[in-house]
Design a protein around this ligand. Structure first.
Ligand SMILES: Cc1cc2nc3c(=O)[nH]c(=O)nc-3n(C[C@H](O)[C@H](O)[C@H](O)COP(=O)(O)OP(=O)(O)OC[C@H]3O[C@@H](n4cnc5c(N)ncnc54)[C@H](O)[C@@H]3O)c2cc1C
Length: 457
């Protein structure tokens, strides 16, 4: 079968119906393009399938919400999500340090399941007569000069022609491979030397452990990190991250006893539920964390990449999805800006985005180091409090790196340079002395609380 998608309007073949593919489908259809989406997995409707090995929830922040507002889905996404108001850092001593997120229009942070976000994006796209889906697609072969895609489905072999192809097919993108074929390109893929597993706590378990619901719970215990995010069904998904090798690592955590000891010694608040946590962790495999960088992101005016297909970052700033949706928006803007020169639009899109997704990659690694080793220290708490004060009282002068990343759409590379400038100001203005003094006060308070707790027990 040889099918022209559209003879009148421009047509786009989108490969991949993950969040980037589904979002682009609606975005470009609303701009008047005819869209066909090819997805290798079966249609998720009715099955409730969740991508295996991937985290079950995301945090959506300003960038993602702004992107969703462009296709009228912001409010619906918020309805399906849980608003997260603060970060609760669990200290080694057993105490907690609560860091509130500022509450302004742009500073909302929402935890939403992959399934719910996927569902609302798919339902929205499905209502649009300009969008067609083909699931169960296999063995896609691309003729890159003519934007022809050949593929198999359970119903037979097909061939589709379009004006251009968007590769939204994730980190192992086949469209990226087609772009790179016979062309000068750069590509690097790194397996991070930490891995993760997830387990879930029920609402009752949450409450009996004294955990707040509308909060991100963080246990930074170098060399282990545990992050808990709430779900709209009242549960908490916990992401346990450990190194691949070493005395405390995925290698060493093989028996029930070792996992039991890890939880008991490091996450004491969860001890009442230790058997269920241990059981769940024993049932799951460790998942790898992969980062990827590539260039070019496009071929002529025929193929272009979005989302994880062109950049994959570690998930410790919770921005991979937010940045992917931002990509699609910038791509659409450039295509509309250069309606008669799509090749230039693709080049400009890459120029605008790559520098920022490279910066996001660095920022995400930096945040990982901060979460794992610093988040429960007095130094970190003192700095957060001072920065919180400054950004509340002189917001035009001082903004925390976190709020610039999560609560603004300032390009990530600019966030990096603002942060570097603020670090210098911190050092040379004497603010670090205020941090030392406040750190000492916090330390004394923590010590006093520990002593009172010790006396009570
Ligand atoms: C543990 C973890 C937690 C995370 N948490 C957050 C968070 O809180 N906030 C955030 O912003 N980001 C988060 N991320 C990042 C986020 O998951 C990704 O950036 C985002 O899902 C990328 O979406 P995508 O559509 O580009 O790629 P994918 O989600 O990988 O989608 C690709 C789609 O293409 C399909 N496909 C692949 N190959 C083919 C083919 N040959 N033919 C047809 N279809 C194909 C796949 O089946 C899939 O449906 C997290 C990531 C991880 C691993």
């Amino acid at each position: 079968m040889n099918q022209e998608i559209s003879k009148n309007n421009q047509s786009i073949l989108i490969v991949g119906a993950g969040m980037s593919g589904l979002y682009s489908a609606s975005l470009f259809a609303e701009l008047g393009f005819q869209i066909i989406v090819l997805e290798k997995r079966p249609d998720p409707r009715g099955i409730g399938a969740i991508a295996k090995g991937r985290s079950i929830n995301f945090t959506l922040s300003y960038r993602g919400l702004l992107a969703l507002s462009k296709i009228g889905l912001k409010e619906l996404a918020i309805q399906k999500a849980v608003a997260v108001h603060s970060r609760m850092v669990h200290l080694k001593s057993g105490g907690v340090s609560k860091q509130s997120y500022q509450s302004t229009e742009s500073s909302g942070l929402y935890s939403i399941t992959r399934e719910d976000l996927g569902k609302i994006l798919l339902e929205k796209a499905d209502l649009n007569p300009n969008i067609t889906f083909q699931f169960d697609v296999n063995g896609i072969e691309i003729d890159k000069e003519k934007s022809i895609a050949k593929f198999q489905t359970p119903k037979g072999n097909f061939q589709l022609t379009s004006d251009f192809i968007i590769g939204a097919d994730g980190i192992y993108s086949s469209i990226r491979s087609s772009i790179q074929k016979n062309c000068v390109s750069e590509y690097s893929q790194n397996y991070f030397d930490w891995v993760y597993k997830e387990f879930t706590l029920t609402l009752e378990q949450l409450q009996s452990s004294g955990l707040d619901f509308n909060t991100v719970n963080v246990w930074g215990r170098d060399p282990a990190l545990l992050i808990g995010l709430p779900n709209s069904n009242g549960t908490l998904t916990c992401n346990l991250i450990v190194p691949k090798t070493g005395p405390l690592s995925s290698e060493s955590l093989e028996s029930e006893l070792e996992i039991h000891n890890l939880v008991f010694q490091n996450f004491s608040r969860l001890s009442p539920h230790i058997s269920q946590i241990t059981k769940e962790l024993m049932e799951h495999n460790w998942s790898g964390i992969v980062t990827m960088s590539t260039r070019p992101w496009s071929f002529e005016d025929q193929m272009v990449l979005v989302g994880d297909a062109c950049h994959a970052v570690v998930h410790f700033y919770a921005q991979g999805l937010n940045a992917s949706l931002e990509d699609c928006q910038v791509l659409a803007e450039q295509i509309m800006k250069y309606p008669n020169n799509r090749k230039l639009a693709f080049v400009e899109y890459e120029k605008m985005r790559k520098v920022n997704t490279d910066a996001l990659s660095e920022l995400s690694l930096q945040n990982f180091r901060l979460l794992i080793s610093n988040s429960s220290t007095v130094k970190f708490e003192a700095k957060s409090r001072i920065e919180g004060f400054l950004s509340k009282h002189i917001p035009s002068i001082w903004k925390t790196q976190y709020s610039l990343v999560a609560h603004s759409n300032i390009p990530y590379a600019k966030v990096q340079s603002i942060s570097k400038r603020q670090s210098k100001i911190w050092k040379f203005s004497g603010l670090f002395i205020v941090q030392l003094i406040l750190g000492f006060i916090i330390f004394s308070k923590r010590l006093k609380n520990q002593f009172i707790g010790y006396q009570k027990s």
